[in-house]
Design a binder for this molecule. Sequence first.
Ligand code: FPP
Ligand code: MG
Ligand code: MG
Length: 340
Amino acid sequence: SKDPSPDVNPFGMVAAELSTLNGEVCAQLEGKDDDLVGSAQHFFGAGNTREGKRVRPVIVCLMGQAASLAAGLSEEQAAAAYVKHRELAAITEMIHTASLVHDDVLDGADTRRGGSAVHKLFTTKAAVLSGDFLLARASIALAKLAHPQVVKEMAKSLEALVQGEIMQLQSTEEERLSLEYYLTKSYCKTASLMAFSCKSAALLASHPLESSTVVAAEKFGYHFGLAFQVIDDLLDFTGTSDTLGKPGLQDMALGLSTAPVLYGIEEQPELKELVARKFGQPGDVHRACELVLASKGLQRTKELANFHAQAAVDACCSLPVSKQRDGLIQLCHVVLSRSS
Ligand code: FPP
Ligand code: MG
Ligand code: MG
């Protein structure tokens, strides 16, 4: 069923794990250079307001526990696996944070999570090195999990993140008009890390590669990630800088055509020209916004997100019933109603 259950709180279910995450990550980011350490720890500092939603750690922890139950691990084995799941959650968040620090350099974005971007607080060079440092320490933690297949899956997610950025930076006119290209790019830049980290969580619960649980975990991350990114692109049209912690209508300003525009084109062909020239002339972004709002673009984008959220629910429904599985299902509803 798709009915949300407000009594299930996926964030509350892993509140203890989330509360120690900052400290655990900061401990892994110690070093000699104050700026390097400070910039890398920026999003992990104690009691800060720059934490973000911590969605990735939540899905990794819940998927890890759900997968351990599916594997029929003893309590002792599950506890040992969960130590690794928590570490994987931290690694995933470190990788995500590294990609955001670099992303703000690439996008020339001044703000992130309601504050200054790392490259504005420090320098561009410091931000590049800071992201590299986060990746380096995440790699050490990954090696310590002593599961070569997990290292491989997580490395694949790094490559996909880079691929997503490249697809976004250098697209042809035809590609910019293609919904398929948009979805592949969205998978690479957002869903891949969720898919590979969920897959890794199942592997750490002793499931063999190609097993139905590993496939289901990856599928969950894939569809959940797509729903998450499609909603992000919707919020770029409907959100305000107040709710988003970053300015709205940024995508078109960067020349990017996302789902609302791509659907809008079908009813408002004038949009095609604007997409082709990457909204580059004065007034283009404003005009495109009017055209999208006059179309069913936003509604159809919501439907696309609904489709992927439901597919994510279906994927985790192949796991045995558990409270963690309910948490993952609830997250699929939360992702659709989020405003930040
Ligand atoms: C945010 O997208 C960006 C990402 C989710 C991925 C960024 C990836 C890289 C910079 C490649 C390098 C990867 C590593 C591992 C260092 P966005 O710009 O659409 O969203 P925003 O509005 O939050 O900025
Ligand atoms: Mg960006
Ligand atoms: Mg970007």
